[in-house]
Write a protein that binds this ligand. Sequence first.
Ligand code: NAP
Length: 247
Amino acid sequence: MTVLILGGTGEARALASALDAAAIPILSSLAGRVQRPRLPVGSTRIGGFGGPDGLAAFLTERGIHAVVDATHPFAERISASAAAATAAAGVPLLRLERPGWTAGDGDRWIWVDDLDGAARAVAESGAERVFVTSGRQGLAAFAGLADPWFLIRCVDPPDVALPAHHELRLDRGPYTEPGEGEIFDDHRIDLLVTKDSGGPLTAAKLTAARERQVPVVVVRRPPRPAVETAATVPEAVAWVRGLASTG
Ligand code: NAP
């Protein structure tokens, strides 16, 4: 059986390694959004499928037996496409999604629905030095904010309008607590903006914010198609093994 892994996340790479080690044939798919993607082990293809119809045709043509949608919690379109295409092609689908973050003692989190909401929250907060870690896409939401200074961190340079006062920091993590603390202190950050990406690789900024009593604007995850979901790589491996043993 060949398993198509819709990737672009650390979990997708870990799943590819685990299934490859178990000698289960895999094909990982990446959007091709970043210039130098971290590639998983095993076969990889890069680029969109052409919507749900294109993905359904791909599943049939390539004889894919199962799909694991391990894309990022904020990658809405590909997940919707995976749900529609697997239903149309009669291929089993599992969503692998890491749990979101939860606030702990000392956290000062402001939840918002989207990046426009985040921009409004920044304006209302009166913050002067804002650390934005919500990724390259959607940064235009902050472009109209003339007063605060922004430290914008993303993997590749953004191609949208940015706020008047900003510094760009190109980096891809994973990030450490001392490293994140240094950024907060060196730039006198008084507000952090993040998506609720979840997972340990980018969580150090939340600890840095908590330790400094810096408030955090957290963008809620978008709604998802109702599909069978696993929270961890071992759970996803067990799902694939279950299919292999019954199919
Ligand atoms: P998106 O809005 O859901 O996807 C836009 C289009 O890109 C999809 O319709 C699809 O094109 C193509 N695409 C997305 N993921 C793909 C994949 N794994 N393989 C093949 N085609 C894919 O996604 P996005 O938010 O732009 O994210 C793009 C990729 O970056 C995802 O793979 C995601 O895991 C990763 N990522 C996203 C974020 C984030 O914050 N959004 C953060 C980290 C990593 P077609 O319709 O033509 O098939």
